[in-house]
Design a protein around this ligand. Sequence first.
Ligand SMILES: Cc1cc2nc3c(=O)[nH]c(=O)nc-3n(C[C@H](O)[C@H](O)[C@H](O)COP(=O)(O)OP(=O)(O)OC[C@H]3O[C@@H](n4cnc5c(N)ncnc54)[C@H](O)[C@@H]3O)c2cc1C
Length: 405
Amino acid sequence: MQSRLFNRRERGGKVFVSPDYNRSMEQQREMTWKRIEYLLERGVFKGWMAGEGEDVEMKMFACSEVLGIFDHSISIKLGVHFVLWGGAIQFAGTQQHHDKWLRDTENFKIKGWFSTTELGHGSNVRGIETVTTYDSKTGEFVNNTPCESTQNYWIVGAAKHATHTILLSQLVINGTNEGVHALIAQIRDGDGNVLRNIRIADCGHKNCLNGVDNGRIWFDNVRVPRENLLSSVADVSPDGEYLSSIKDPDQRFSAFLTPMTAGRVNVAVNAVYQSKVGLTIAISANQVNFKDFLMLQLCYDLWSQLLENAACEEDTPIKQDHSRLLLHGVTCKILQECREDCGGQGLKTENRVGHLKAEHDVQSTFEGNNYILMQQTSWSRGVFIFRSKIREAPDIFRLVLYNSP
Ligand SMILES: Cc1cc2nc3c(=O)[nH]c(=O)nc-3n(C[C@H](O)[C@H](O)[C@H](O)COP(=O)(O)OP(=O)(O)OC[C@H]3O[C@@H](n4cnc5c(N)ncnc54)[C@H](O)[C@@H]3O)c2cc1C
């Protein structure tokens, strides 16, 4: 990376790069975008959406890690564009969605992000109140934000760059609420103008990630073509009939939402590189501290554990959440220790450790709130252990337990 965009600095014959946090929020956002364009022009994202296989995934993770070491904002913007927007189309869409949207996602002709959170519904995705109905006369879905608490909030890309978003809403067909579904909605034209019947506001300055343009969105009778419903789990026919092979709404919801939790692996990966950066800075600033070496060891042990967990097929979503919770807790401790080890220097933004703490902190909230994930993980672990104990138990006990109410 020889571009001046990455704030190249030479010290003692070595080249260092580091974002400049003294810039205003607007400047940081602009720089993040210019850096993405720079990487795009050099073909860094080639194959990320249109390609397939383990190689592509490993390349994405490696690139996200390296970019995140430089600046967490780039990694978040790319993560939401490729993993949430692109991933939703890959997993919840069908072949026609892949053909229509993935190539343009890869080359950023479409700048797509992901809208689930409402002002009044964050962790409770199932309770969101944005409504989508179907108009069979025109073959379009009609989307509405019914009240202030249902405005979409915190949406990455919404304040500035997004042209499209995946919109999660309650799908109401012929008066029946069929539950949460996802569709593709355009929010800006190619010149960056907000489309009719859509209102957007900026979430403003944050205590971290100011290179990311979070925004709020209101939909007022916004129409999108029927084909924009991501229909791998359920579809609506042209004359307005709801079609799904999964009849149970609970199973439908989890079949649809589970693949979209892949971003949680990214959160775990981020925790590891944040620890690495914090430890490297603290160790080099402190002429080596034994405690820091122990921390470094811990960090690499956790990294191996994460890889081991990810490699294990069984119970994968729970393993993702487990890794993420584990890494978050330890990384908080590591970064606090690094900050204290640097003394007052740890508070200088230029030295990055304090800033890393804030950027790590937000990870306990997005992509699933840690407290809720802790409850889900403990519950699933409990059920898993209970079931395996039953499998080991003599037949007579198994019958009793399985048949009890
Ligand atoms: C920088 C940033 C970027 C984001 N990007 C996006 C994005 O691109 N797209 C998007 O859709 N969203 C995005 N979000 C939103 C994020 O996903 C939500 O903030 C998150 O889901 C938590 O929701 P909330 O903020 O409403 O908090 P809440 O869910 O209201 O949680 C607040 C507190 O209540 C507790 N709580 C909530 N429910 C329960 C319960 N059932 N039992 C016990 N305790 C509970 C939580 O543990 C927490 O302590 C982003 C957020 C941030 C900060």
